[in-house]
Ligand binder design. Structure first.
Ligand code: HEC
Ligand code: HEC
Length: 345
């Protein structure tokens, strides 16, 4: 199997080199006769050349996990959790666009360049911009969605009122209120305060207090993704945040949501008017920043060992059969409720 994949890789690389002709690959083929007229019929447009270059890089760096067909079923995929992305479905989680919309090229390049911490996806920061562009162009050939939909806009970045103040304690305090009292992030992620506090915060954000809460409120509520695989909402004190822990990364993830997972887009929903006319709003767009600072503070509370390198931050279910027998279906998978997703328009 491995041999076969290697052979395909070589064939594809050779084909790309030959087909690109006088393009970028000519440097590695100095014996091409430059004096002969070029055959316009076989010359690739610059986009096609880019896709070819992307294919070559893909075969070299990505195929073992994402698979030759781009379906996420590379040879290593059996052993990975979460699974490598299936590019034929084009559900990209880490996007600056609203949930359900295709990501921008910059979003894809960011994931490829930086990798996704806490998953098997490595960072490819050593690749050139040109190669990253090629990979992005090639990834798009796996799904017809890219040809069918207009490019989606990135979400608005509201002004960050806390940016210039080095002391973030006000932002963190406000974030704790909004995280628990308005957006109820704890319906999937853990709650980090008592139920009495949650009720106090719910009222402060204009809602009613509650009498019942989900069991295991300081744990996470496992949710299936659009492909039916279980996804663990992050426990910020234990798990890695995949797409970056800088404040702008956290704003983007919280505001835009994660396509294909239960995590929705919040950026359009951050308004609650004051109870009294003329009073300050109870919730406003800048509260997205407050939540980002709050989450960043939770991340900073990780035990130092986990901060440094840390693997297996929580015990993951054993879904992999080491004996060759089919792995048992995890019980949660059978019980997990379906979640509604906003699909692409
Ligand atoms: C060792 C395995 C591995 C290799 C090699 C690998 N990936 Fe991934 N990749 C993953 C996994 C696992 C995920 C899913 C992570 C998650 O769901 O959080 C992923 C996710 C992605 C995503 C999705 C990001 C999003 O927004 O959802 C992109 C794009 C991607 N990989 C591109 C690439 C490219 C391009 C290469 C080669 C240059 C590559 N990957 C190589 C394992 C790998
Ligand atoms: C309906 C369930 C749900 C709600 C509500 C929810 N999330 Fe999430 N969130 C998820 C899931 C599921 C993931 C993990 C996705 C994954 O790893 O594939 C996630 C991941 C994240 C991440 C990590 C992203 C990364 O790059 O790894 C952050 C940060 C986050 N959520 C913040 C929030 C905040 C803040 C709120 C409240 C405003 C919130 N979430 C509300 C389900 C939810």
């Amino acid at each position: 199997m491995r041999r076969k994949a290697g052979a395909i890789g070589l064939v594809v690389a050779a084909a790309a080199g030959a087909a690109a002709g006088l393009g970028a690959c000519s440097r590695s083929a100095p014996d091409v006769d430059m004096s002969r007229p070029r055959d316009e019929g076989v010359r690739f447009s610059s986009v096609e050349t880019l896709v070819k270059e992307g294919e070559t890089a893909y075969v070299r760096h990505c195929v073992g996990c994402h698979g030759a067909a781009g379906d996420g079923k590379g040879e290593a995929a059996t052993f990975l959790f979460p699974k490598p992305r299936n590019f034929t479905l084009a559900h990209f989680k880490f996007s600056s666009t609203r949930s359900g919309r295709l990501p921008t090229d910059a979003d894809l390049k960011r994931s490829i360049r930086n990798g996704l911490k806490g998953s098997a996806m490595p960072g490819f920061s050593a690749l050139s911009e040109r190669t990253l562009d090629g990979l992005v162009a090639y990834l798009k050939t796996f799904s017809p969605k890219w040809g069918e939909q207009d490019a989606a806009p990135s979400i608005p970045i509201h002004e960050d009122p806390y940016r210039s103040n080095p002391d973030k304690s006000e932002a963190i305090r406000r974030g704790e209120v909004v995280y628990h009292g308005y957006v109820t992030c704890w319906s999937c992620h853990p709650a980090y305060v008592s139920t009495e506090k949650i009720n106090e915060y719910l009222v402060a954000c204009g809602s009613e207090s509650r009498s019942g809460f989900r069991p295991n409120l300081d744990g996470v509520e496992v949710k299936p993704n659009v492909e039916g695989e279980l996804v663990y909402p992050t426990d910020f004190r234990r798990d890695f945040v995949r797409s970056g822990s800088q404040i702008d990364d956290l704003y983007r993830v919280i505001a835009a949501g994660l396509t294909g997972t239960a995590m929705p887009t919040w950026v359009d929903a951050m308004h609650v008017a004051a109870k009294e006319p003329g009073g300050p709003p109870l919730v406003q767009p800048s509260d997205l920043w407050a939540m980002a600072y709050y989450v960043q503070d939770l991340i900073a509370q990780r035990p130092p060992k986990l901060k440094e390198g840390g693997y297996a931050l929580r015990s993951r279910p054993q879904w992999i059969s080491l004996t060759g027998e089919p792995a048992p279906t995890p019980p949660e998978k059978q019980e997990a409720e379906a979640v509604e997703f906003i699909e692409d328009e």
